[in-house]
Design a protein around this ligand. Sequence first.
Ligand SMILES: [Fe+2]
Ligand SMILES: [Fe+2]
Length: 467
Amino acid sequence: MLKRGALGLTVWLSLGCQTPLGPSDAATPPGDAQGGAEPTDGGPLANTAPLAYTPEGCNFMVRSAPMTRGNVQGDTATFGAAPTPAAVHANWASDPATTVALVWTTDADTLASAVQYGTAMGNLDQRAVGHVSTAGNNSATRVTAHEVNLCGLRPDSTYYYRVGGEGHWSEIQSFKTGPAPGQSGYDVNFVVSGDSRNGYATFRMLQERIAMVTATRQPDFQIFSGDAVLLGTNQIEWGQWFTAAASAMRRMPFIMVHGNHDALSVNYLLQFAQPQAGVPEQDELYFSFDYGPIHFVVLNDTPYRGDIAGGIGGTQIQWLRQDLTRARANRARVPWIVVNHHKPSFSSSNHSDANDTLFIRRNWPPIFDEFGVDVVFNGHDHQFELSRELDAMGREVSGRRGTYYLISAGAGAELYPTGNQPWRRYSESVSNFLVVHATERQFEVTPYRLDGTAITEGRLSLQPRSN
Ligand SMILES: [Fe+2]
Ligand SMILES: [Fe+2]
């Protein structure tokens, strides 16, 4: 499908999960034929330049996605016909120990973009304001998202917050900040899920199951491995996705990995606030951060087709090598290196020999191998799979010299059959999620089926590398 990407470049997007779609077999996104043009119907948001500002008390700049109209607004600004905040959630746009980004949607006329927060539910004594952006050219694609960044938070602390503005506040929700850098003895608990598209009822059940399985230990956050919706420009689908995720988002931040179905859409970029790696074309699509004993890297394997070499094999690799060089040097303090991206290099299911898979496999695993990445989490092939311990070529190695690849996909999307490849240790065609528990000395992954039973054959328990 030829479309104008969210960042204003003309691109070919591959939305199919089998092979990239050509121009003749692609469905046209609703109301978005050559879409993505800026709204032309005026309205209250007159500022057409992308925003770039430093939120109060923060040491980083927020850049909104281009092709939006937006303003920094307070809590008494204009309210439209549907001012009640929807899709309220927390992300991280910077250090998880001291910052958070709170994001929600309203109708396009509501400008109020404020947050009240505090460490006691009954005392939201602090206040911050943020910005509002609107994009999309009709009712099916239009998105109005508000984002407020909070900085200077206390590490390892639960915060309560509500968003909106005077007279139109959301319900109170919560999130927890990460541990202080170097905080010893911290144990991290997080969840990995992915690929919910078309299956929002299942996605909701999966989130309910996650809550049951983790009832005794609240996850610190959830990593979503991509393909949230069938078509990233369809705001109606995003509404369904956020509704299904609401119970989880009331309690934990989400870290999003960009999938091919998310389609580089402005809807994706506006509704999630993530770190900006300093490469404007890839803002919020690839980045890294430390959380306790783990260095997390998120990569984007659906870059612009016109720049696939730059996106996967060029600019992003340069950034990745620099990032992993720093992470490796910091390994004594932060022992685990974990990479997340959508399309698996080593799958034995539908996409094991797809062209894009082969391209990624040639480019990224050699770097993972060189820098000693411990674990890679992927989505895209709708099943669960755990690899053997692998070198850059996908050959089995031993003794913590290799990398483990885990696929957690099928949080609602139709399942694919399992397959067999030499790199596969175990796979199962089942809706699933992963629960990860990590300390400085241990990294444990337990996969679960939608019914709440553990996939014991897919368990992984690692001790740190000796180097
Ligand atoms: Fe995918
Ligand atoms: Fe998928």
